[in-house]
Design a protein around this ligand. Structure first.
Ligand code: FRU
Length: 500
C-alpha cells in the first residue's frame, strides 16, 4: 500500500506540474463559434481554458452550469468558476465569471445547493440562498511544500447566481494535513424520521470522506470509503453520492469517483460504486471496478442538484476531455467542451445493477431533418449527426471515412465494443491520442446503437446508454461516408442544428 501511495503521489506531482505550464493567449474575444473543431451542439466556453463542470444546480426554470475556468489562457492556470445557464439543457447562455480566486486561494471544483430552509442563515426562506461549496487551492502554500493548502470554502448568491458573495469566515472546512483534499459535493439527506442534514462527499487522496453539517458552515467527519479492490491508478477526485431507483423499485446509492490517471483507456475516467448510504457510511455491494463511460473523454462529471421532483431525473454532464492531452488538443481560442447532458438510470443486467447514462430527451429538439437510409453504405450530407442503427448480427462494424482518407471505426466483436481513432484525423499532438479504446459489454445484449457526432467528438450509446463511449476526434473534414456491417437494411439519420 505504501509503494502504491508513493506512485500516486509522484504521478500527482507530475500531473500538477504539467497543469502549471501556462501559455498565454489573447484575452477573451467574441468568437464566431464556427472555428475548426468548435463543438456545435456541446457546451464550450467562448474562449480560453475550461475543465470540470461545477456547481450544477437547477433553480426557477434554469439549469446552472459552473465550470473550472482560466480566463487568461488556453491551458490550465489559476482557477475561477465560469458560469452559463440553460432553460432546456441544450442551448446555453454565457454569464460573467461567478467566483474569482481570493486570499484563500484559487477556486477548484465543487457543488452548489439551494438552502431552502435557510439553515445557513445566509438567505431567507422567502429567498433561499444558492450556495456554492468549493475547494480553495492556495498556491503559495503548495509552492512552500506545505500539505494543508486545499480547504473548503463557500460563496452565496441571492439573485439566481448572478452575483456572488464569498463567506467572510472561509474556509468552512480546514485541511487536516493531507495535500489532496478537495472537490466537495454536497446534498441534503433525510433519515426515515425526516431529520435532515447536509452531507459532503470529499476526495481525500485515495479515499472518499463523508462529512455532515446542520448549516453548511460547520462540518463533522462521519466516515471514509476506499475498498481494497477499487481502481487506485491515480488520485481520487470529484466524488458524487446520490440515490437511483431501478424500474423494479429497488433503490441503491451510487458513489462516483473520478480518477486520474488510471482510467480504462489510460488517463482520466470516472469509476462508480453501487451500494447503500445510511446517512453516515457508504457501503458497496460492487466487487469489480465499474466505469461510467468507457471512452477516453468523459471526466469529473457529477449530477445536478435541486432538480424538481416533478421532473424526477438524475441529470449528469461531464468534462469531455482527458488530462493526458486536454491542454494540447488542436483547438483555438478555447479548450474543452462538456458531454451532452445525460439522464442516469439504475438498470439490472443479469444479477447486478449498473448505471446507464441516456442522452436527455431535450437533445431531440436539435433534429432538423430525419431520414431513413437503406443499404450498407450511405453518404452523410451534414457534419452534425445523430444515427440510430439496429444491428441484426451479434458482431458488427461501423466505418466512417472522409475524402482525406481519415477513418473512425466502431466495432463489436464478442463481448467487446471498440472505437478505433488511430486514423481519425489530427492525432499527432499527443502519443496517447491515437488509440483503440475497448469496453466490456458486461453481458448487455446490443439492441440499438445510437451515435452523436459533433465537429470534434463522438458519443456512442449502446441500448440508449446501457454502455457508453465518449471520444474526442479531430477529422480534417467531416466523415461523409458510412459503411455498415451487421446491421438491418434500414436505419435512421438525424441531421442536427447547432446551438449557438
Ligand atoms: C479534476 C481536478 C479537480 C480539481 C480541478 C482543478 O479534473 O483536478 O480535482 O478540483 O480539476 O482544476
Amino acid at each position: 500500500m505504501k509503494k502504491s501511495l508513493f506512485i500516486i503521489i509522484s504521478l500527482f506531482s507530475v500531473f500538477f506540474a504539467c497543469k502549471t505550464i501556462e501559455e498565454k493567449s489573447s484575452p477573451m474575444d467574441t468568437t464566431s463559434y464556427n472555428e475548426p473543431f468548435r463543438p456545435q451542439f456541446h457546451f464550450s466556453p467562448e474562449a480560453n481554458w475550461m475543465n470540470d463542470p461545477n456547481g450544477m444546480v437547477y433553480l426557477d426554470g434554469e439549469y446552472h452550469l459552473f465550470y473550472q475556468y482560466y480566463p487568461d489562457s488556453t491551458v490550465w492556470g489559476p482557477m475561477h468558476w465560469g458560469h452559463a445557464v440553460s432553460t432546456d439543457l441544450v442551448h446555453w447562455e454565457h454569464l460573467p465569471i461567478a467566483i474569482y480566486p481570493d486570499k484563500n486561494g484559487w477556486i477548484f471544483s465543487g457543488s452548489a445547493v439551494i438552502d431552502h430552509d435557510n439553515t445557513s442563515g445566509l438567505g431567507s426562506s422567502q429567498n433561499p440562498a444558492m450556495i456554492a461549496i468549493f475547494t480553495y487551492h492556495e498556491p503559495i502554500g503548495e509552492k512552500e511544500g506545505r500539505n494543508d493548502f486545499q480547504t473548503q470554502g463557500i460563496a452565496y448568491s441571492l439573485d439566481k447566481g448572478r452575483s456572488w458573495t464569498v463567506y467572510e469566515e472561509n474556509p468552512v472546512l480546514k485541511n487536516p494535513g493531507i495535500k489532496d483534499f478537495r472537490d466537495p459535493k454536497v446534498m441534503w439527506h433525510e433519515d426515515e424520521a425526516g431529520n435532515g442534514r447536509w452531507i459532503m462527499s470529499l476526495a481525500v487522496l485515495d479515499k472518499i470522506d463523508f462529512y455532515s453539517s446542520p448549516n453548511l458552515l460547520e462540518w463533522t467527519f462521519e466516515s471514509d470509503f476506499n475498498p481494497e479492490w477499487a481502481a487506485y491508478g491515480g488520485v481520487w477526485e470529484c466524488p458524487d453520492l446520490f440515490p437511483l431507483t431501478a424500474a423494479d423499485g429497488t433503490k441503491k446509492w451510487i458513489l462516483f469517483v473520478s480518477i486520474n490517471p488510471g482510467g480504462p483507456q489510460g488517463g482520466s475516467a470516472t469509476q462508480y460504486f453501487v451500494g447503500n448510504f445510511d446517512g453516515k457510511t457508504f457501503t458497496t455491494e460492487s466487487s469489480e471496478t465499474l466505469w461510467l463511460d468507457y471512452g477516453a473523454d468523459n471526466y469529473a462529471g457529477v449530477t445536478w442538484s435541486n432538480v424538481p421532483e416533478s421532473d424526477g431525473r438524475t441529470l449528469f454532464i461531464g468534462w469531455m476531455s482527458n488530462w493526458q492531452y486536454g491542454q494540447i488538443v488542436p483547438t483555438h481560442p478555447w479548450r474543452s467542451a462538456m458531454t451532452i447532458p445525460r439522464k442516469l438510470e439504475l438498470i439490472k443486467i443479469n444479477d447486478g445493477y449498473l448505471v446507464a447514462s441516456r442522452p436527455v430527451k431535450e437533445i431531440e429538439k436539435l433534429r432538423k431533418e430525419s431520414k431513413t437510409v437503406s443499404g450498407s453504405s450511405f453518404e452523410l450530407e451534414n457534419e452534425l449527426v445523430e444515427l440510430e442503427l439496429s444491428p441484426n448480427q451479434s458482431d458488427f462494424k461501423i466505418h466512417f471515412s472522409n475524402d482525406k482518407g481519415e477513418t473512425l471505426i466502431i466495432e463489436k466483436s464478442g463481448q467487446e465494443l471498440k472505437i478505433d481513432r488511430t486514423q481519425s484525423g489530427k492525432i499527432d499532438f499527443s502519443p496517447e491520442f491515437p488509440a483503440v479504446h475497448k469496453a466490456p459489454l458486461h453481458g448487455i445484449e446490443v439492441g440499438t446503437v445510437r451515435l452523436f457526432i459533433d465537429r470534434s467528438s463522438i458519443e456512442v450509446f449502446i441500448n440508449d446508454g446501457e454502455l457508453v463511449m465518449t471520444d474526442l476526434i479531430f477529422p480534417n473534414e467531416f466523415y461523409s461516408k458510412v459503411e455498415l456491417n451487421g446491421f438491418t437494411e434500414s436505419n435512421s439519420v438525424h441531421y442536427l442544428k447547432g446551438i449557438w
